[in-house]
Design a protein around this ligand. Structure first.
Ligand code: NGO
Length: 497
């Protein structure tokens, strides 16, 4: 049976069937049932209950499912026939919504679909009037790519823990699963390192335009990591090197070849700073920074930057990247670096992140041929800091304008010819913050393009089409209003009045 017409789930699930009947209505008596003794089930159920209580005002108790319990929102952990850890099925009957997955991740992703099957008002921060109907459907779903990321630049302008958590909330609704934090750059150093306190004390106190900046204590960073973990999102921290290090150079004279610390920098030019590659102090510094950050980070990845080191000759650059990869490995992590790192001899487990659509991608192709995984962030598609059009108040335009359709209408499998599609781990939307000062600014650039990239990463190519997508996006408008998201009302989307 055809699914009901007004379904507007993003990302589009792999398969959706209407099953007829009235569907399910969430009410004051609804319980959320989990498998007895399942900590993962309780965890997912508790997060869902908190989300749904805010707007319904219902108690929604979480309880262990007894053998005969079939009413309510039922979360089940059991094999789902090849849907993988993030895959799930969701069945809506008159008496129950049943979400099934083989793992907690998949259960959580399924509950995010359930949110989107409910009216947009379900995502409001205060109690709203129902009814809270869920249409009668059967969904079977799993992601196309394992890496569906969003990067936030907290270096050019600083964003506090609460603001990052807000961004994580927005990512979770669209099933993104990697948060890449760009923690250091010329304009600011944002993460505490015990052995090098001046990095934050001095280097954390600036940002683009001369504002106060800010930085995360280790506890702050851990709060972000665990908030993300609760939503099955992996944090990938980035320490950019050997370039983009102005704040570090300004904090410690010994990191400079001439022993002189430059003043803090608040402009937006790129590519003119570098660590002093031959100094022993540089390597002590990198080992400490990477070691401390690795110890704080539960995920397997550490991003080493590597972009735009324009003052470093190629042979020195290659030797630098190779040595840094070894340090990352020694601290138990896998390295990911911007596409420039493909100039070096990469470890088999290292990943290359493609971004610069202006320069040749041959190095990236060679890395893929050698077996390295790729994360795709083509600037003309997924740089959410690009202006939508010439009228956009915020943003840059070095990669052109990126309208919603540009962010949506492309295929990661064929973006780079000559690259084996098996090498593509996924996609990542970038949000650089040279022009973004507040979380409102961040939201304006991310919405509606972030959900577009989320669908590129999740949905099968065959399920995607721009015409359908723009209508599903339009239907998210009331939900975004309920969530007070500051979104761009792109003329490409038929928003309801
Ligand atoms: C480039 C540059 C960043 C800028 C960004 C602005 C990469 C990987 N390095 O992307 O420093 O902030 O463009 O769009």
């Amino acid at each position: 049976m055809q699914p009901p017409k007004d379904l507007s789930v993003i990302p589009e699930p792999v398969s959706v069937h209407g099953t007829g009947g009235p569907g399910f209505t969430l009410d004051r008596g609804t319980r959320i049932l989990v498998p007895p003794g399942s900590a993962a089930g309780i965890h997912v159920a508790t997060t869902l209950a908190a989300e749904l209580r805010r707007s319904t005002g219902f108690p929604l108790p979480v309880a262990s499912a007894g053998a005969d319990d079939r009413d309510g929102i039922v979360l089940r952990i059991t094999g789902t026939g090849g849907l993988g850890d993030e895959g799930y099925t969701l069945e809506v009957g008159d008496r129950a919504v049943v979400v099934t997955s083989k793992a907690a991740e998949g259960l959580f992703r399924g509950t995010q679909t359930l949110r989107q099957l409910l009216p947009g008002a379900i995502d409001a921060g205060s109690v709203q009037r129902g009814p809270w109907r869920v249409p009668a459907v059967r969904i079977s779903d799993h992601p196309r790519y394992a890496w569906r990321g969003a990067a936030l630049d907290v270096a050019r302008h600083f964003f506090g823990v609460d603001e990052v958590e807000r961004y994580i909330d927005l990512m979770a609704l669209y099933k993104l699963n990697v948060l890449h934090l760009h923690l250091t750059d010329d304009q600011g150093w944002r993460i505490a390192v015990d052995g090098w306190p001046n990095l934050t004390r001095h280097g954390g106190g600036s940002e683009v335009g001369g504002g106060r900046g800010g930085w995360y204590s280790k506890r702050d960073y851990q709060r972000i990591v665990s908030y993300a973990q609760d939503r099955y999102i992996t944090v990938v921290p980035e320490i950019d090197m050997p370039g983009h290090v102005g704040a570090a150079l300004s904090s410690y004279p010994e990191l400079n070849c001439d022993g002189q610390a430059p003043p803090l920098y608040t402009g937006t030019e790129v590519g003119f700073t570098s660590l002093c590659i031959d100094k022993p102090a540089t390597w002590r510094f990198l080992d400490d920074v990477i070691g401390e950050l690795a110890a704080l980070t539960p995920g397997p990845w550490l991003h080493i930057g590597g972009d735009e080191a324009n003052t470093v000759p190629d042979d020195r650059y290659r030797a630098f990247v190779e040595r840094v990869q070894r340090i990352v490995r020694a601290h138990g992590k896998r390295a990911i670096g911007w596409q420039e790192t493909a100039k070096a001899k990469l470890e088999p487990t290292s990943v290359v992140q493609y971004w610069d659509v202006r320069s040749s991608a041959d190095g990236v192709r060679a890395a893929a041929r050698a077996g390295n995984g790729l994360v795709l962030s083509p600037a003309s598609r997924v740089y959410l800091d690009m202006k939508y059009d010439s009228g956009t108040r915020l943003g840059l335009q070095w990669a052109g304008h990126v309208e919603v359709r540009d962010a949506y209408d492309w295929d990661p499998a064929t973006l780079l010819d000559g690259v084996d599609r098996q090498r593509v781990l996924g996609v990542e939307a970038q949000l650089w913050s040279e022009t973004l000062e507040t979380i409102d600014d961040v939201e304006f650039m991310a919405f509606p393009r972030l959900p577009a990239v989320a669908e590129v990463g999740w949905s099968p190519g065959s399920a995607r089409d721009w015409q359908g997508f723009r209508h599903r996006l339009a239907a998210q408008g009331p939900r975004w209003a309920a969530m007070s998201i500051n979104y761009h009302r792109s003329a490409q989307v038929p928003w309801p009045e």
